[in-house]
Structures are given as structure tokens and as C-alpha cells.
Design a binder for this molecule. Structure first.
Ligand SMILES: [Zn+2]
Length: 149
């Protein structure tokens, strides 16, 4: 990589060293290729920083989500038939005892141009529903059609 004359065997790094130290080898690095210690450590450091960057990005993305919770919470109704709705997405909750309300909300969303994208059946059984099965909440995820690609 640095075109420096490579030193004795113990200062050479082969594909095996890359694997054992979990460093990504350079492009087109074959079994016959070797790098010097300097290049190997350079790659190792670069990779470490890249990994740190990824972790930092994840942290920042989550912090961003957290910082916007208060802004979105007013549209959130944990136990509501319309559990969440904004101009892009909506989540309906189907629960025991509110079937007709659920149908009305479903109809309204369809009329307003939302399309059902996914259904989460929720946990089956669980909760003390007094032997009643199938009545556990399920969730319906909608997206406004104009935003569906
Ligand atoms: Zn080198």
C-alpha cells in the first residue's frame, strides 16, 4: 500500500491477520498480498473511527427522535381507536368493544386517502381477557397514498 519494502515476516500482515483482528482488508487483497505494520495499523485506526462515527450517528438519530417526542405526543392516543394520525401516517387500534368505531375510523381514513400498509396482530392471548381469544388489540398502519411510492 505504501510501496515501502516490507520487513521480516513478523512485520508482515496477511489476509489472516485482517480477519483475526477484524479489520477490513484493502480492495482486491488476496492471500498472496501483505501489508507492512504501519499500513495495517492505519487501516485499523480508520476502521475504528468509522465505527465510532456509526455509533455517533445512531446516538444522534435517537436523540433527534427523543427531542421530537413532545411535538408528536399530542397526536398520540394510547388507548384510542385512532391511536395516531398526522398528515402522512395513521395507526388504528382495534380493541374489543369498539368494532363499529374502528370501522368508522377505517372508512374515514380510506375516504381521506390513507392506504393500509401493514397489520400488527399484537400478542395473542396474554392479558387476562377472561378466556376470550382473538380480542387482544391489533394495530393497522396506514400511509397517505400520495406519499406511498
Ligand atoms: Zn505499508
Amino acid at each position: 500500500m505504501c510501496s515501502k519494502k516490507i520487513g521480516p515476516l513478523r512485520e508482515q500482515y496477511s489476509i489472516k491477520d485482517f480477519h483475526s483482528e477484524r479489520v477490513s482488508p484493502p480492495l482486491n487483497f488476496t492471500d498472496d498480498h501483505r501489508t507492512c505494520a504501519t499500513c495495517f495499523n492505519q487501516l485499523k485506526i480508520v476502521e475504528k473511527y468509522a465505527k465510532d462515527d456509526v455509533e455517533q450517528d445512531k446516538k444522534e438519530r435517537f436523540e433527534d427522535l427523543k427531542s421530537r417526542v413532545d411535538q408528536y405526543k399530542p397526536m398520540w392516543d394510547k388507548n384510542g381507536v385512532i391511536q395516531y394520525k398526522d398528515e402522512f401516517v395513521a395507526i388504528l387500534q382495534r380493541a374489543w368493544g369498539v368494532q363499529v368505531e374502528f370501522i368508522i375510523a377505517y372508512s374515514d381514513l380510506t375516504k381521506d386517502g390513507y392506504q393500509l400498509m401493514a397489520i400488527d396482530e399484537g400478542k395473542s392471548g396474554g392479558q387476562s381477557s377472561g378466556g376470550f381469544t382473538g380480542g387482544v388489540n391489533s394495530y393497522y398502519y396506514f400511509q397517505k397514498i400520495q406519499y406511498v411510492k
